[in-house]
Design a protein around this ligand. Structure first.
Ligand SMILES: [Cu+2]
Length: 829
């Protein structure tokens, strides 16, 4: 949707502005051509030579510059031995020019050239990247700057206009990264220093949280999955922007990373946000800016008087590193930006209830089962935690007085909302209530009232950072909402082992949520009220352990695509039932993000849906085509979190239609683990797709017995959800009364406290049940135990210790009830 207005006055105004532009002769359409060559090259970013993919020899590729109204001609030359593609992220282009293989066009074949041609319809900061495989991670990205036909009059003088493309770099191959994620390795967390453990929980006084989370079978909170060697700004760990004191610098920030969010912050006080996702917003001051993957923000900072270089720091969301932009005198004294506290990953959201503890599905454990979703209980934007978690707030009635500004709804409609509260932050390290919380809740209602009174159509709509400030003209800052909430008596501040402060994301102003509530469009973005509205409800689901990601519990290849119709208003209600942030990107459109700003909801192309929260956006369906919609975390997209949004009556060109099926191909990853010890060996080898996998498990023992006992189980597995796996296969063994082969049929299912269990029946009519559990005592030292009952062999059990030495190797020792004591190595491959 283009930034048009249904308000006739504003329309007239725009026509006048355009006319003025023409008179002054600024408006002139030109054809702007670029040649982009994509090639495999060796780069050295960390001190080691590593294969990468460059554009015109660099990472990132060149900054592409246009003026609104230009015509772009982009020749993309593929020098790789595999197909590639370029997608123009955020640009409104014809569907065949959007660059998503199998959706918009067939991919660009090796050693061939594809020419993109499209008009430049709007201004702003954007970027481009490969949409093929995992190429983007290896360097196929660059920035786009489109100058407006007419300069804005509300942002004053700008002395320096600086494109800043943030990205993440790993020396590992993308295949290795994906394999590591699929295998469920803890090693990235260990490398980042963010692995959680029992000793850590004890140290922080958060053992209760640890067990509460395990009791309800919630996965561990994870801020980011991948360990990166470097975070980059324009391809470097630090860059310099020479500027004089008093100069105003416009940073065109693009998060062009594969999976990293960044906190952007200037060494000297707040920045002013003037654009988000290329679209102008009412200038607003902001301190610590959380930028989601694939989002862009244009911000202004002023070089302080006094000389020296001032840091604009982009800190990775997981605090594992940062990139720096030094502004001012490159040779002067350096003034660093503040350090962002590390996330507190021990904190357990919500209180365990019997419902959650015994829920049959993963979503149930989070209090968000399908049936509650289907009746619309989580449709309102904001956090969706249960009220039960709020100590001392259970009896409080909170109502949603948000002016949603949704199409087809009167501006002040009050919609009852459910489960709006958040459970209490545990910053204090105690389970006691935080008196300030009650206070905060009441304040919210107060601020709502006064916000309504200030003549603007906005008001509080969430306890979590969406509260609108009644003072200082700040529209709904975290600062305001969290201030009173966190203003209570914090008994002690938590620090990690490296002495870094640890706080809970979004519950402490030091680790704020995205600045969405503050973003306010310059003009009304409300669609025509007469249009029919189509609501599409999407749950964001996933399985951290198997590393598969879903929409409505289905991967891209498993579900119908999303059908829409030209002329209607399409509303996406995205309900995140995972513990991760998902930056959801819709191709081919700007949508209005429902953020409490009513008619002035800002236009964006990417919106982050926070853990256990709901985000709503809507757009006028007037860009007929087939468009990709997906999580922009690269590995989430590849592991299923995507759909095609298809306009009724649109037919892609025959070449694209002929290859559309390939979009739904599932990549297989294979990996395994082998314990090789003095008394026995056991391990597994798995070939995994998304819904299905093939698995071989083996146990061979020789300790304490004559000869060798062996058992090999080969199974084909159907992973119904994070909890339930069903399998069928064969067992080969020399033990028991029926040595040889037999068929087995069984299940795997985790019990409360995340105890994994399994059971099977075999073709000889025998049964087996087993249970296993491991605990991280420290990051690297894990204790494990398992017990098995078999109608043939009776009880068998084992227990042991594992010490993680490196990514692919552990020392391991165990006692096995049959084979005795032994030790050796565990190898991951
Ligand atoms: Cu995601």
């Amino acid at each position: 949707m283009l930034p048009t207005s249904s308000n006739p006055n504003i329309r007239i105004l725009s026509v006048l502005t355009l006319a003025l532009g023409s008179i002054t002769g600024i408006v002139r359409s030109e054809t702007v051509e670029y040649d982009l060559t994509i090639a495999g090259e060796t780069v050295n970013i960390t001190g080691k030579d590593r294969p990468a993919i460059t554009i015109n020899g660099g990472i990132p590729g060149p900054v592409l510059e246009f003026t609104e109204g230009d015509h772009a001609v982009m020749r993309v030359h593929n020098k790789l031995d595999v197909p590639t593609s370029i997608h123009w992220h955020g640009l409104l282009v014809p569907p065949s020019m959007d660059g998503v293989p199998f959706v918009s066009f067939p991919p660009i074949e090796p050693h061939s050239t594809f020419v993109y041609r499209f008009p430049i319809r709007h201004s702003g900061t954007y970027w481009y990247h490969s949409h093929s495989g995992l190429q983007e991670q290896k360097g196929v990205y660059g920035q786009i700057v489109i100058h407006p036909k007419n300069q804005r009059s509300d942002i004053g003088r700008i002395d320096h206009d600086v494109p800043v493309l943030l990205s993440d770099w790993s020396d590992e191959s993308t295949h290795e990264i994906m394999k590591t994620l699929r295998r469920g390795s803890e090693y990235y967390a260990i490398q980042k220093g963010s692995a959680i453990s029992l000793s850590g929980a004890i140290r922080h006084g958060m053992l209760k949280d640890y067990f509460q989370r395990e009791l309800v079978r919630m996965p561990e909170m994870d801020i980011a999955d991948v360990y990166y060697d470097r975070f980059l700004a324009n391809g470097r760990s630090e860059i310099f922007v020479p500027a004089n004191p008093g100069d105003v610098v416009r940073l065109r920030l693009v998060d062009g990373s594969a999976t990293s969010f960044f906190y952007g912050e200037f060494a000297r006080g707040p920045m002013t946000i003037i654009e988000a996702d290329g679209q102008p917003v009412v200038p607003v001051k902001h301190d610590r800016l959380l930028i989601g993957t694939a989002e862009t923000y244009d911000v202004l900072v002023t070089v302080p008087r006094g000389g020296g270089a001032w840091e604009f720091r982009a800190t990775a969301h997981d605090s594992s590193g940062h990139a720096s932009i030094w502004i001012g005198d490159p040779h002067g004294e350096r003034h660093a930006a503040p350090t962002v506290p590390v996330p507190n990953l021990y904190y357990s959201m919500g209180k365990p209830t019997l419902d959650k503890i015994f829920a049959f599905t993963p979503a149930g454990t989070m209090g968000m089962p399908d049936r509650k979703v289907e009746i619309g209980m989580f449709d309102t934007p904001g956090m969706t935690m249960n009220m039960e978690g709020m100590n001392g707030m259970g009896g409080m009635k909170m109502k949603n007085t948000m002016n949603t500004g949704l199409a087809g709804q009167p501006p002040h409609e009050e919609k009852p909302r459910v489960g709006m509260g958040m459970s209490l932050p545990q910053e204090t390290g105690s389970s006691g209530g935080m008196p300030a919380m009650n206070h905060s809740g009441m304040k919210m209602e107060d601020s709502t009232a006064s916000a309504n009174g200030d003549g603007m159509d906005h008001s509080a709509h969430s306890a979590m950072g969406h509260g609108n400030s009644a003072s200082g003209g700040s529209h709904g800052g975290m600062e305001m909402a969290m201030g009173p909430m966190m203003g209570g008596p914090i008994k002690r501040t938590l620090f990690d082992r490296n002495g870094r402060e640890m706080v809970v994301d979004g519950m402490n102003p030091k680790r704020p949520l995205p600045p969405y509530p503050k973003l306010r469009a310059l003009h009304s973005t409300a669609p025509d009220p007469g249009r029919p509205v189509r609501e599409i409800r999407l749950t964001l689901d996933g399985d951290m352990d198997r590393y598969v990601w879903y929409l409505n519990n289905k991967a891209l290849h498993e579900d119908d695509q999303i059908q829409i119709k030209e002329g209607e208003v399409v509303r996406f209600i995205m309900i995140n039932r995972t513990m991760m942030y998902h930056p959801m990107h819709l191709h081919g459109h700007f949508f209005r993000l429902i953020n409490g700003q009513g008619d002035r909801s800002p236009l964006k192309h990417t919106a982050t849906v926070m853990p256990m929260a709901t985000t709503v956006f809507e757009f006028e369906a007037n860009e007929v085509g087939d468009w990709f919609f997906h999580c922009h975390l690269l590995y989430h997209m590849k592991a299923g979190m995507a759909r095609v949004v298809e306009y009724e009556n649109f037919t892609p060109d025959p070449d694209t239609e002929a290859v559309r099926d390939e979009l739904f191909d599932v990549d297989l990853y294979s990996y395994g683990m082998a314990d090789i010890m003095s008394h026995m060996t056991e391990g597994f080898y798995e070939i995994a797709g998304i819904r299905y996998s093939g698995l071989v498990n083996w146990t061979v023992g020789w300790g304490n017995i004559d000869g060798e006992d062996y058992e090999i189980d080969a199974t084909f597995n159907y992973h119904h959800n994070r909890f339930l796996t069903l399998f069928a296969g064969a067992q080969f063994s020399n033990e028991g009364d029926y040595p040889g082969a037999r068929g087995i049929f069984g299940y795997r299912y985790p019990l409360p406290f995340l105890i994994s269990t399994y059971g099977w029946v075999d073709t000889e009519g025998e049964f087996r049940f087993g249970a296993a559990k491991s605990y991280p005592i420290t990051d690297r030292l894990h204790v494990f135990g398992e017990v098995e009952y078999d109608t043939q062999l009776q009880y068998e059990w084992a227990a042991g210790l594992e010490y993680i030495i490196g990514k692919n190797i552990s020392a391991v020792g165990s006692f096995h009830s049959e084979f005795g004591v032994g030790g050796g190595l565990s190898v991951r491959f």
